[in-house]
Design a protein around this ligand. Structure first.
Ligand SMILES: N[C@@H](CCC[C@H](N)C(=O)O)C(=O)O
Length: 282
């Protein structure tokens, strides 16, 4: 068996291994995903983006290409905002989409994207992230204290806690706790400082990954939650995360996320290594 093609990229340092697999022939098990994402034994990443034709999976989508996203622990998630940007750039650079506007299929639904240079000439991707719903409130325990949060659905679940003290100082090496009765499928936890009317700072502990340097759906959830707390349902903000900055708009029934998408490497996985991981492990 020939080696398996891969690319490595990131969106605001939320990093991914891309696996081009147009006809869905790869057997992508939890074990293989976790091994690929392992930073010592594998390539290292926060998640895997399998690039597959919607048709090959029998999916109804306006998008020819489907982003099959997996978290670093091998679990499947509905949506990844930073991942979609990297995925979209890949489609254009590989000549699979002519761009600049097209649709990407995801488990959370179709996501229209636009790939184009920003004001500084760097390539940026805007993703229409769909509707954002504030679904209630809950609590998290982080760094030894309980904080309240706003639950937000961006296709995947989030709990956003707005804090007065600088979130840069939080210890996120231990997973924050949350109410599993409210979030039976787990939750992504965002900790946010309001820096100004249109500016936030955010850190995140992602479901199925741990602390990451950015989370696109999390930044949309953070903007929606802070708008909600001030009685608004529409607005826009920049969100600073450890890996950079993104721009978010939230409107009734719609939202957008704009930010960079970067490639750092491409190559081939060693077939013997991949095949040795062949027992299903789900
Ligand atoms: N990093 C992502 C979110 C990935 C999925 C998340 N960990 C989940 O399980 O819901 C993003 O950029 O949105």
């Amino acid at each position: 068996m020939a080696g398996i093609e891969f690319l490595k990229g990131h969106g605001t340092q939320n990093d991914f291994v891309l696996l081009p697999d147009s006809d869905a022939s790869l057997e992508l098990t939890e074990r293989r995903v976790a091994a690929l994402c392992d930073r010592q034994q594998g390539l290292g990443a926060d998640g895997v983006l399998r690039v597959v034709r919607s048709e090959a999976l029998g999916l109804e989508s306006k998008g020819e290409w489907f982003m099959d996203y997996r978290n670093a622990d091998g679990s499947i998630a509905e949506m990844c905002g930073n991942g979609v940007r990297v995925f979209a750039r890949y489609l254009v650079e590989a000549g699979l989409e002519t761009g600049p506007e097209f649709v990407v299929g995801t488990r959370a639904g179709d996501r229209p994207v636009r790939v184009r240079p920003d004001a500084s000439g760097e390539l940026a991707v805007t993703v229409h992230m769909g509707p954002v719903a504030v679904t209630g409130t809950s609590v998290a325990v982080v760094d030894g204290r309980q904080v309240s949060g706003v639950a937000v659905d961006v296709g995947n679940p989030h709990l956003v806690s707005v804090l007065d003290d600088d979130v840069s100082a939080l210890d996120l090496t231990r997973a924050p706790r949350y109410d599993a009765e409210v979030f039976p499928q787990g939750v992504n936890l965002e900790f946010v400082n309001v820096l100004g009317p249109d500016a936030l700072r955010m850190r995140v502990h992602e479901r199925g990954v741990g602390e990451t340097r950015a989370c696109g759906t999390g930044t949309v959830a953070a903007v929606a939650a802070t708008l909600h707390l001030r009685g608004d349902d529409s607005g826009e903000a920049t969100v600073d995360v450890p890996g950079g900055r993104v721009a978010v708009t939230v409107r009734q029934g719609a939202s957008t996320l704009t930010g960079p998408a970067v490639f750092v490497a491409k190559g081939e996985l060693d077939a013997a290594w991949w095949n040795a991981l062949d027992w299903s492990g789900h």
